[in-house]
Design a binder for this molecule. Structure first.
Ligand code: URA
Length: 288
């Protein structure tokens, strides 16, 4: 049973919202509830080329004892991998010093046909031990956040991280570490082809969008992820990291706004590709 299943069976909807700090009742402000009827371009306040992802990122310092990949080839090789190869490559990766202290690399978890891709920062202690992203306290909150918009881990949802190995002491991953992992994240996105990417926190935003400003300045905007392999642009939004929300309860309401906005964007994206959706235009006001 997935974490989402456990939550679903053990928590009622009001309990889930309470878990998120959103009880007894949250309604979106009027400007946010207009989103579903707007075209995707209408809500795209910013578009990033994800240039650093496209270019493979800056050079990575390879620590002693690691096996340096041939410069230039590594990203190209990863770009051609399927899921099995990717999993093996991540498990054996020694492209940055994070490999030295990890118990195991954590590729990601979820539905390989997911429309939703959530990207966090990097594994913590529990994730490092269990090999699955977001299984600690922040993961419990993420599961509650997913449940609050009728999603669950593993069902139309894939969860990944900017870096696949635990930064010692749970520190924020450094730019070179994020860059070393970027080909993996880029390949995951290319294989998944999600309809929407939700970036949880600044490290994830850095990994996918590059250095584009503070989290506060990125929240509320829509970005486009343009895959170097071509294909459709994928809408991207930025929200708070669940671990931050555990420390900063007052921002949970904003996170809820982001989730509702994400849901509206998903509806719009589905409507764009599949014709009229009965859900579109009904608003995103949600009551428990
Ligand atoms: N925080 C993250 O960013 N990712 C995890 O997998 C766990 C905690």
């Amino acid at each position: 049973m997935s974490g989402g299943d456990r939550l679903r069976t053990s928590l009622t909807r009001p309990q889930m919202l309470r878990e998120m700090g959103l009880s007894p009742l949250w309604r979106l402000r009027p400007h946010a509830s207009r989103l579903p009827s707007q075209p995707l371009e209408g809500v795209a306040a910013a578009v990033s080329d994800a240039d650093h992802l496209a270019s493979g990122g800056p050079a990575v310092a390879v620590p002693p004892g690691t096996v340096p990949a041939a410069a230039g080839d590594r990203a190209g090789e990863i770009a051609g991998m399927g899921w099995d190869e990717l999993r093996r490559s991540v498990a054996d990766c020694r492209a940055c010093s994070l490999c030295q202290a990890r118990r195991q690399a954590v590729l990601g978890v979820g539905d390989l046909n997911a429309d939703w891709l959530f990207i966090g920062e990097g594994p913590g202690a529990e994730e490092d031990a269990r090999g699955e992203p977001f299984v600690g306290p922040a993961g419990k909150l993420l599961d509650a956040m997913l449940a609050a918009i009728d999603l669950q881990r593993g069902n139309d949802v894939y969860i990944a991280n900017a870096v696949k190995c635990r930064p010692p002491g749970n520190r924020t991953p450094e730019a070179a570490e994020i860059a070393a992992c970027a080909p993996y994240l880029r390949r995951q996105i290319a294989l998944l082809q999600p309809r929407l990417i939700v970036l949880l926190g600044r490290a994830a935003a850095h990994a996918v969008l590059g250095e584009v400003g503070s989290l506060a300045s990125m929240r509320g905007q829509s970005f486009q992820y343009r895959s170097p392999a071509g294909g459709e642009n994928i809408p991207v939004i930025v929200s708070y990291h669940p671990a931050y929300l555990l420390r900063t309860l007052t921002d949970k309401a904003r996170a809820w706004e982001d989730l509702c906005r994400a849901r509206a964007l998903m509806r719009a994206a589905r409507a764009t590709s599949a014709g009229p959706d009965p859900g579109v235009g009904q608003g995103v006001t949600t009551t428990p």
